[in-house]
Design a protein around this ligand. Sequence first.
Ligand code: SF4
Ligand code: SF4
Length: 427
Amino acid sequence: MMKKPFFGLSKPRVIYPPSQGAFPIPKSIPTPGRVTLLIDGALSFVDKDVLKKGDAVKTGQKVLLSKESGGYAISSVTGTVSDISVFEGDFGKIYVAVSIDSAKAEQLDDQFTAVAAEPSLQTALDFLQTAPGKPPLSMLSNLEKTIETLVIYAEDKDLLITTNRYIATSRFSSLTKGIDMLKKISGIDDIIVVTPRDRIQSYGEIGAKVRAVDTAYPAANPQNIMNQVLGKAVPVGKAPEDLGVVFFSAESVAALGDAFETGRVPVNKIITVIHKDGSQTLVEARIGTPIRNVLAACGETLSDMDRLIVGGPMTGNAIYSEEHPVQPDTDAVMLQDKADVPFVSDYPCINCGECVRVCPAKMPVNMLVRFLEAGVYQTAADEYDLYSCIECGLCSYVCVAKIPIFQYIRLAKFALSQVQTAEEQND
Ligand code: SF4
Ligand code: SF4
């Protein structure tokens, strides 16, 4: 249930930085001695007849855990499988981590090459689900949902990240080829590129409609685009695909274009490194490269109590190890000096209303936070709009009491999803 905010109308605006000409070519990170690929699924799904330590793999080869599990990654190097273990991600999500020690001589796998000349959705599902940008191809094959519109966002989901902005401006030809390919494999002609208003003039013939959004964060958020561009409000508890819309990043579409054009699965990811002073360096690294290698190539070192974040300043997740591998959807790595790590507190809410004014979902955040702090999650969901949250992080950013509201929201959603899963298993 939505509750009307009772605070004043003026609200702070956080603006994406304006476009500033062409981007320099991304810094190329050397191929690491070892890459680690994370594959969804439990370790018990690994079939030793399909994958085991000591197996040789080529660059671009499909790495399957078992014939039945369906989950796969694409090897980003040529080498030997050196370890298969369990990796626990955010909120307890379990992956199988496959480590591959790279060899000096590179050999390219030809499985995708053999089928790329005849593009189809099945071929894309078989080889490109873990391509850079992680194209959400499985949504196009879900028979329960009819998809009519594909939206490509040419902006980044968080502030200070320039990964998709770079692709949209500097890899225009790959993006155009990717749009053609999406039309061909999906049969969907209604494709819309969404760009911030200040860059709409830079789009010429791209083979899709081009629409502008505001330059205020979080304009690139799917729910915002659904409202602003498509005029469709996503009901609470639903997702854009329930309304027939699927969102692709510019990088994932460019990767589809390049893959079918060259007959090779792209294995390099563009990442924005956000330095301690807020400046950015674009880098290109093999998927699976340890973040330690990325930082070293950028001349960055972490000191005790500095913070390392995957993602941007509003919605990124702090990680504890520099060995964390670059993933197909790792758009940014951010460093924070220990002196700049935001202070969080358990001070009580002073009801200043800043979070309510700033919330794009118009939620009663000041009330919600009281229930989240007390761990009363079901009431937070039933009466205070927990599921309306589009996870932009603005409330935490403006909170004068420094309450980690956004983190509480994520935790509450996770806890409720656990309860729901347990209930479904008991039924
Ligand atoms: S993260 Fe905070 S500001 Fe953003 S939608 Fe959710 S409650 Fe509102
Ligand atoms: S949660 Fe923070 S920003 Fe929101 S009303 Fe309370 S003190 Fe103000």
